[in-house]
Design a protein around this ligand. Structure first.
Ligand code: UDP
Length: 327
């Protein structure tokens, strides 16, 4: 039986992963400081309340448990905040990850799966974005993730620590069974915000920019279902355990949807009207971000299951209705 430590297992993607692993008979331990997560979202395994920057805690944890693999989901994710508060991002996303990796190395744990991001690429030079695209992040959030990726290359060379970096494009959707979903506070992501308008928790959606060089003038993003992200982690886990070398994969549907298409689909799925206020562009938003995920399809046999935007929105809507807006 595989023994996995999920750092950030109480958060949005981490909690789906804990359920996914638990369902497949893995022994799962979650380490989370609950700064952005919810303990009740951890449906399987042990839960340890603590910070990944706490070296003594990690040493104790690793001396008591022989983990095969560490999955690291715990990070701050708001680009705008990272520009205003870079220390916060370098502290948590970079320095705390370094502490985790040092503790792993000291304990002889040498397999790591890292949640990276499309933000490592910066302004796109070509679309879709594959793994050979230049990496030139333009904000502290993207840079903190890119620095970890670079560090991992050095750690493999020096210590044989093998890793898989998964660069998510726009993670979206919710547990198809309705037990888990996205619950950020404050919420900044498009799909949950549109659904909060649909459920009546918000009066309107602000659309950031209507003058982009796209068909309808709004930004295009590649929304990938959280369950498909879990499958990618699962395949990455199998490959590490079987001894494959480190890899870095871009993870998206390969399809782009505009902000306007998201709004239209939410209206269709929910039957509710979405009042919209058009505002100025948000700083640092490229017009179009779409992944080329052929590498992970070819090497690991990954294939996204929920490729329709309507399915992603249906699952997220189920969560919004059941858990956040009872009645
Ligand atoms: N967006 C928007 N209004 C909002 C939130 C987001 O128009 O209230 C747009 C944003 O400008 C971007 C897209 O929706 O073009 C996706 O944004 P999100 O923050 O969900 O993800 P990002 O692509 O920034 O990681």
């Amino acid at each position: 039986m595989l023994k996995i430590l999920v750092v950030g297992g109480a958060g949005y993607i981490g909690s789906h992963m804990v359920k996914f692993l638990g369902r497949r008979g893995c022994s799962v331990t979650t380490l989370d400081n609950l700064s952005g997560g919810y303990q009740e979202a951890v449906l399987y395994g042990d839960f340890i309340l603590g910070d990944v920057a706490d070296r003594a805690l990690l040493d104790t944890l690793f001396s008591r448990n022989r983990f095969d693999v560490v999955m690291h989901f715990a990070s701050f994710i708001q680009v705008g905040e990272s520009i205003l508060h870079p220390f916060k991002y370098y502290q948590n996303n970079l320095s705390a990850t370094l502490t985790l990796l040092e503790a792993m190395q000291a304990a002889g744990i040498d397999q790591f799966i890292f949640s990276s991001t499309a933000a490592i690429f910066g302004e796109p030079q070509q679309i879709p974005i594959d793994e050979t695209h230049p990496q030139n992040p333009i904000n502290p959030y993207g840079r903190s993730k890119w620095m970890v990726e670079l560090m991992l290359q050095d750690l493999e060379r020096a210590y044989g620590l093998r890793s898989v970096c998964l660069r998510y494009f726009n993670a979206a959707g919710a547990d198809p069974e309705g037990q888990l979903g996205e619950r950020h506070d404050p919420e900044t992501h498009l799909i949950p915000l549109v659904l909060q308008v649909a459920s009546g928790r918000r009066s309107h959606l602000s659309v950031f920019g209507q003058d982009y060089p796209t068909d309808d003038g709004t930004c295009i993003r590649d929304y990938i279902h959280v369950e498909d992200l879990c499958v990618a982690h699962w395949l990455a886990l199998q490959s590490l355990v079987k001894g494959d070398p480190s890899q870095r994969y871009n993870l998206g549907n390969g399809q782009g949807f505009s902000v306007q298409q998201v709004i239209n689909t939410v209206q269709e799925v929910t039957g509710r009207n979405i009042p919209v206020v058009y505002e100025r562009r948000r700083e640092g938003d490229p017009a179009r971000l779409v992944a080329d995920s052929r590498k992970i399809r070819q090497i690991l046999g990954w294939a996204p299951q929920f490729i329709k935007l309507s399915q992603i929105i249906e699952h997220a809507w189920k969560w919004e209705c059941q858990h956040l807006h009872p009645g």
